[in-house]
Design a binder for this molecule. Sequence first.
Ligand code: ZN
Length: 197
Amino acid sequence: MERIPGKKQRTFPERNDGPARIPSISAKSEHKADMTKCAEAVKKSLLDAGCNKAEVMATDGHPVVYGEKIIDPSKPTVLVYGHYDVQPPEPLELWHSGPFEPVIKDGMVFARGSADDKGQFYMHVKALEIMTKTNSMSTNIKFLIEGEEEVGSPNLGKFVGANKALLKADVILISDSSMLSMNPFAGYGSGGSVISK
Ligand SMILES: [Zn+2]
């Protein structure tokens, strides 16, 4: 793996309209408008990074953001999964700074969702941006960024079933896990739960 030199960018925490500043709390109905606002901000970040197409797609709950950059349909396609919703930030008294006022401390971004999952999927958005700028893409890329992961993804199955052709991919990259070391690594396998009635 090669490091691509470039200017350090701080658009994730500092941009006023960035996803980290939007309280996209899927579990609370009073944040419904914030969910749409955050989905639109994610869509914008995908288009800014070089996606040919990005859209906010309705579900029976909070919307899904879909984006793609197809360089050659005969090449393999990677589908990146992530989510833009976050857990409620309470108890607020335990925060040293506002949960939706991102700050950088010791090289890390502190904000609700920065480590689950806004930071992780944004890493892949920025990777796309670098590949677009350096014309170094070797696969097609699609993004599915949902807004209901923290409430059990009640509408994702239906969404996927209704959009099989759109989401068709050779590999799925889950950008919703922890960083095991500061070096690049690829994890394989993931825990999960199955609920049956
Ligand atoms: Zn997550």
